[in-house]
Design a protein around this ligand. Structure first.
Ligand SMILES: *Cc1c(COP(=O)(O)O)cnc(C)c1O
Length: 386
């Protein structure tokens, strides 16, 4: 019988606690740069922490098991993972990406990757048929779903079939739903990327990133890049993410429950123009999300009636911090246009609907009444003289 997801979050696929003589329940932090060899030509399996470290390996094994991958690589941040991923490609290679992506990814593609000769087409993968954009030199399709920050949902299975037909890779940034709600590799994707800083870590206290692969060959290429470029996750940070993952299922459930309550409140708030959340029935995003994921997550984007009101809310919440990032136990309010998506060209921002009236909430696990009360007092105090 396959082990349940919740059990894997704590033990991965391993039996009991392998290799530990002390009986320590928490996996030890191997805070060492290098490892001694018994003799010439012999190794314990560990040579140097850039290449292998037991704490990082334990984390990688857990994440690979959660995503159903053959291997996972833990990086020092999500962007370090994305940067290493780009090293799979050569000058002249072409990548199709969805136009609604994390702003940092777009910045990497437009500055660093493009300088290195990689070509990009940014298209709307929700609306357009991707096939006509595939050229002879196309090597990959890269998406995020739900998209950031507009919460559109892309059909992973359909794209995976297209990618397979053309012999190209499908790469999915699965940060928003985490493997608790969505497992792209089981839907046909080849590589999953994570900002482990977000839901996997879950406590807004450390950065991390992951690449999870479905094929040994891709994993081997990435392992070579990994040890060569040296952006692996440090032992202590690996331990923090391991600890965070143990509570991933209960955090995801609770945050989603809170998000649904907030969506309901926002939908009835007369100063809110539109709420973007895949869990609202009657939309295409809802139907696709229901087919390919087991939940809708806890990211909520909403548009208010004016830029002035948006600014007012950001400075008037008493409990909810105005901060970049997501996926932690703390609810955070983000202003995509000046924060996560500031470096995205204005025309792409506008095309995607990222206006100066759009706010993004990463809903945490606080008491939902407190969160709603805080948002309500911020809205209600607008244009009052005190
Ligand atoms: C935050 C984020 C990243 C970048 O990860 P870092 O850990 O901040 O480097 C990539 N993709 C998505 C969807 C993100 O939210």
């Amino acid at each position: 019988m396959e082990r349940g997801f919740e059990t894997k979050c704590i033990y991965g696929d391993g039996t009991k606690f392998e290799g530990e003589q002390t009986g320590s329940i928490s996996f030890p932090i191997y805070q060492t740069a290098t490892f001694a060899h018994p003799a010439v030509g012999q190794s314990t399996g560990y040579d140097y922490s850039r290449m292998q470290n037991p704490t990082r390996q334990q984390l990688e094994q857990v994440v690979a098991s959660l995503e159903g991958g053959v291997d996972a690589l833990a990086f020092s941040s999500g962007m370090a993972a994305m940067t290493a991923l780009m090293e799979l490609f050569h000058p002249g290679d072409h990548i199709i990406t969805d136009s609604d992506l994390y702003g940092g990814s777009i910045r990497l593609f437009r500055s660093v990757s493009r300088k290195n000769g990689i070509l990009f087409s940014h298209i709307d993968c929700t609306a357009e048929n991707v096939e006509p954009y595939i050229r002879e030199n196309t090597r990959a399709i890269l998406i995020e779903t739900p998209t950031n920050p507009m919460m559109n949902v892309i059909d992973i299975r359909t794209l995976a079939e297209t990618a397979r037909r053309h012999g190209i890779l499908l790469i999915v940034d699965n940060t928003f739903l985490s493997p608790y709600f969505q497992k792209p590799l089981t839907l046909g994707a080849d590589i999953v990327l994570h900002s482990g800083t977000k839901f996997l870590g879950g406590h807004n206290d450390t950065l991390a990133g992951f690449l999870v692969t479905a094929q040994a060959e891709v994993s081997e290429q990435l392992r070579f890049i990994f040890k060569t470029v040296g952006s692996g996750l440090a032992p202590f940070d690996s331990w923090l993410i391991l600890r965070g993952i143990k509570t991933l299922p209960v955090r995801m459930e609770r945050a989603q429950e809170n998000a649904k309550a907030i969506v309901e409140y926002l939908s009835g708030e007369h100063r809110v123009r539109k709420v973007y959340y895949p869990g609202i029935p009657g939309t295409r995003a809802y139907e696709i999300c229901r087919r390919q994921a087991s939940g809708f997550g806890s990211m909520v984007t909403f548009e208010v009636e004016s830029q002035k009101l948006a600014h007012h809310i950001l400075k008037s919440t008493r409990l909810i911090p105005f901060a970049e990032s997501l996926g932690g136990v703390e609810t955070l309010l983000t202003y995509p246009t000046t924060q996560t998506h500031a470096d995205v060209p204005v025309e792409i921002q506008q095309k995607n609907g990222i206006t100066d009236r759009v706010l993004r909430l990463s809903v945490g696990i606080e008491a939902k009444e407190d969160l709603i009360q805080d948002l309500k007092q911020a809205m209600d105090s607008f244009e009052k003289p005190f």
